[in-house]
Write a protein that binds this ligand. Structure first.
Ligand code: 3HC
Length: 379
């Protein structure tokens, strides 16, 4: 089947970004949300992003209008889906909400249309069972901001037809993005299995080590070469996304992270990060804004436990054959902007020190920190 028209359900951070990159690749896009005000905000953000890309000569000013006009914001679900070839669901990470959306879709959408979910953590096989087409169901996980991040994880469920995997892979390539297949439908897939636990670990580090958030973030940025600090990235991603992802991951797999209560507290207080003006840090408004992190502050902290937790989860992915080492490195580079490969960082910070720190934390805080055997081979 040739995909020409695409419907994106949900116009939040991910939905509007996926709509934009699809339109940039020449698809006609229907962007659907439940209220016009969400769509207005999304279209405003799309216009801002297109203008940024045109300032940087990535697209021409004529293209700004053509791309913008090829996205139809729409509230009516039937109208948004009656002339589409692919539906990408990007509604909030709530299993019951997704169930409701798939119930509605099952009623009105032809069986041969592929449903793809941009879920960040929910198991694809479980979600596929909510639909009347598990063979035509697949995970297609973009990274924030979809306009800039090159990675897309593709997660087949146990019943997904191989032809659907091929069609979605071709769609991702047509966006000039890099697909990585997640071979097992595990909690957090590849990148979130590493990123989400780090938010909790950064909070535990804050409690243990008595330094400030911007010091920890500066160390992550300058010593681990991440493009953003962990608290900064959590605010940028949204504490709603981080909390829901943490909850769903923890529900299904107790080994993947230890929950720090602060994440739920921020979520409950609607301190969701940049989009609400306050999360870990405060922001002037909901526009793109960076936290002031510096080399000087980074000298005050050694992010051993943060790297240790990331490397432990990375080792778990390799050990369990969720992905190859090569795909892991590509995923972290293109999905989280890591400039240095994760196990190279372990070497740089000193493998023995990282393992020693994990062992100390295992004694203090339990099994979660048990250093993975794989780390011993990193010399
Ligand atoms: N569209 C177009 N331009 C954008 C943009 C967007 N959506 N967002 C930011 N920009 C622009 C900025 O405005 C800036 O423009 P300027 O030069 O005119 O000021 C330019 O991009 C570069 O931004 P920065 O100067 O802040 O520099 P960076 O080099 O750090 O790039 C970044 C920004 C690509 C966001 C980089 O910081 C990064 O890779 N951060 C990590 C992001 C990440 O890890 N994402 C994954 C999170 S996990 C996830 O999404 C999964 C989910 O399921 C939870």
């Amino acid at each position: 089947m040739t995909i020409k028209n695409i419907t994106i359900l949900g116009s939040g951070i991910m939905g509007h970004g996926i709509a934009q990159v699809s339109a940039m690749a020449g698809y006609k896009v229907f962007l659907r949300d439940i209220e016009q005000k969400f769509l207005d905000k999304a279209m405003e953000k799309i216009r801002w992003s297109l203008q940024k890309l045109s300032e940087k000569n990535k697209i021409t000013s004529d293209e700004v209008d053509t791309i913008y006009n090829s996205i139809t914001p729409i509230v009516d679900l039937r109208a948004a889906t009656n002339n589409t070839d692919l539906i990408i669901e990007a509604v909030p990470e709530d299993f019951r909400l997704k169930e409701k959306v798939y119930d509605e879709l099952n009623e009105i959408v032809r069986n041969d249309i592929i449903f793809a979910s941009n879920t960040s953590t929910l198991p694809i096989t479980e979600l596929s069972k909510l639909t009347n087409r598990p063979q035509n169901f697949i995970g297609v996980h973009f990274f924030n901001p979809p306009q800039l991040m090159k990675l897309v994880e593709i997660i087949p469920g146990t019943q997904t037809n191989p032809q659907v995997v091929e069609e979605i892979t071709n769609y991702v390539i047509s966006l000039k993005k890099h697909p990585v297949i997640c071979k097992k439908d595990v909690s957090g897939f590849i990148v979130n299995r590493i990123f989400i636990p780090l938010v909790h670990e950064a909070l535990f580090s804050l409690d243990r080590d008595g330094v400030s958030m911007d010091i920890i973030d500066s160390a992550v940025k300058f010593k681990l070469d991440f493009p953003m600090g962990i608290f900064e990235l959590a605010d940028y991603t949204g504490l709603d996304v981080v909390y829901k992802a943490s909850y769903e991951m923890n529900l299904r797999d107790k080994k993947v992270l230890v929950m720090h209560p602060k994440v739920k507290e921020l979520y409950d207080n609607n301190q969701l990060g940049q989009k609400t003006g306050k999360g870990f840090y405060e922001y002037k408004d909901d526009n793109y804004e960076r936290v002031n992190l510096t080399q000087e502050k980074s000298a005050l902290y050694d992010p051993l436990s943060i790297l240790g937790v990331a490397a432990n989860n990375a080792a778990w992915l390799i050990e369990n054959e969720v992905c190859t080492l090569e795909d892991l490195n590509t995923a972290l580079k293109l999905g989280m902007g890591l400039k240095t490969e994760i196990f190279e960082l372990v070497k740089t910070l000193n493998t023995s020190k990282v393992i020693k720190r994990l062992s100390e934390l295992e004694k203090e805080q339990g099994d979660f920190y048990h250093p993975n055997k794989y780390l011993e081979n990193i010399q």
